[in-house]
Ligand binder design. Sequence first.
Ligand code: ZN
Length: 292
Amino acid sequence: MNAPAPTPQDVSDEVVRYDVRDGVATVTMNRPRYHNAQNSKMTYALDAAFRRAVDDDTVKLIVLAGAGKNFSAGHDIGTPERDAHLSFARAHLWYDHVGKPGGELQYAREQEVYLGMCRRWRDIPKPTIARVQGACIAGGLMLAWVCDLIVASEDAYFIDPTLKMGIPGVEYFAHAYELNPRIAKEFLFLGEPMTAQRALQLGMVNRVVPRAQLTAEVDAMAARIAQQPRLALALAKQSINHVEDLQGKRAAMDAAFGWHHFAHAHNQLTTGHNLGGVDAKAMAASNKKNLQ
Ligand code: ZN
């Protein structure tokens, strides 16, 4: 018997894999060689996969996963397929960043692919679960945080090391909502890894299980949630997200995004580099012990 022809989403060299089983869509970041560093190709592929899951009435819930040893090393700041200089068909009404002068280029790009997309994914009208193993670094945090639930393996750790680049935290600035403000300051000031166990104690993740049981645990949780009525799930999610918005999450994030871009511009003025001269190599060296 011939196997069915693979769809583009099934092809293993695609940056995002998409799979639906028993009402659960699993969206898998698929650049394991680069610890699932997110280039624009990946963020747009994630957006398309989420759209596909929202449009499919048989899908009740979405699991976001990362292929390989690590969930995500964050934004792509130096793999051979880094594509921040390229134009893509945009998801929002921000204009194309390519060719814009000064701080405009990065501001327009990050409004679209970082802040805009993360907010959009956080408000997906179906429940989402992040399945996190290994490293969850900087931009990786943004993807875990936009999900409704986070289930981590014992080996998972979370880190926002952007202060090393002169940047006051990642673009989707949910730190003080995900963590108690004092812990959020510690997390940013030290830029050190937070273990899954500590993240559990602090309420940043829902469950921690041994690595070998991670997929089974998420599948079981997803299967139970998938039994619930679709609209009630959407309304419950909106109700909780609305509470956060009433608490000022959206406004807080807008201000932090402005400060984030002031830092990018300051770096550019003082060092000629928007990340303060810290490149992928330097960050990788700094994170190396964690990515083994
Ligand atoms: Zn940025």
